[in-house]
Design a protein around this ligand. Structure first.
Ligand code: NAD
Length: 251
């Protein structure tokens, strides 16, 4: 795949699935701008990605940070060919233990952040471009502890499908990838002790048809394809990358 001359934004491009996707894009010759919450890991990711990458730290749930990001994109003088709307946080917490603060944080990052990322990116995007969201396969599976996280990610599928129709006149395709259990630093960020989360992820991995946890590049290669012109007849769909889950197997 050749993406020379193309320019993409990857939110959450400093870690896990976002970093693997940014790497896949750069390996195909594209330029990327990555945006993530932590300055240090943004810098480390840019060092790994090389000269065809730039990074900016900020919080997708704060519109002033998004404005700063898109001011930089505008300054580059290059329009975006696509965006990977991927920044997100997880929570494996029962409804009884979910506080109002957690509600605002998860909805603020996973839904609000994604919504305003797209709204603010659109004037800087080429017609004929591509948008990819990261949802989760988990929202289909009735997983205990995923009520809020699952709701925030299911909302992205509604957003994605509606935008696919709304942006069709600009020939912008909009799709969603829904990963299953993927080995990334998110495992330590779910509100549980890391070894407990790892055990849960391993058990989900062992229950899918492929029989293991996935790795971030297995999602990144699909993201790269959807962002490229090779996916020119694909829009308005949610694609699972979950090793073939049996419905209910994750619970
Ligand atoms: P990760 O923790 O490695 O990466 C999350 C990324 O989001 C980081 O780069 C982080 O900087 C960024 N981020 C978080 N909050 C942010 C904020 N407020 N502003 C800006 N950036 C922010 O985890 P990951 O597994 O790579 O997760 C990437 C996406 O994939 C998330 O949306 C997650 O919900 C989703 N997902 C992951 C899995 C999995 O098993 N790993 C499964 C399904 C969906």
């Amino acid at each position: 795949m050749k993406l020379n001359g193309k320019f993409f934004l990857v939110t959450g491009g400093n870690s896990g699935i976002g970093l693997a996707s940014a790497r896949a894009l750069v390996e195909a010759g594209a330029k990327v701008v990555i945006f993530g919450r932590d300055q240090q890991t943004v810098e480390a990711a840019v060092a790994v990605l090389g000269d065809n990458s730039v990074g900016l730290a900020g919080d997708v749930s704060r519109n002033e940070d998004l404005d700063r990001l898109f001011a930089e994109v505008e300054k580059s003088g290059q329009k975006l060919d696509g965006i990977f709307v991927n920044a997100g946080i997880g929570a494996l917490v029962s409804i009884a233990n979910l506080s109002e603060t957690m509600f605002d944080s998860i909805i603020g990052i996973n839904l609000r952040g994604a919504f305003f990322t797209v709204q603010k990116a659109l004037p800087l995007m080429k017609d004929g471009g591509s948008i990819v969201f990261t949802s989760t396969a988990g929202w289909h599976q009735g997983i205990p502890g995923y009520s809020l996280y699952g709701a925030s990610k299911a909302a992205l599928v509604g957003l994605s499908n509606s935008l696919a129709g709304e942006l069709a006149p600009r020939r912008i395709r909009v799709n969603t990838v829904s990963p299953g259990a993927i080995e990334t630093p998110i495992i330590g960020r779910l509100g549980l002790p890391a070894d407990q989360s790892q055990e849960i992820f391993n058990s989900w991995g062992s229950k899918c048809m492929v029989g293991r946890v996935g790795n971030a590049s297995e999602v990144g290669l699909l993201v790269r394809f959807l962002l490229s012109d090779e996916a020119s007849y694909i829009t308005g769909v949610e694609i699972p990358v979950d090793g073939g889950y049996l419905l209910g197997a994750a619970a």
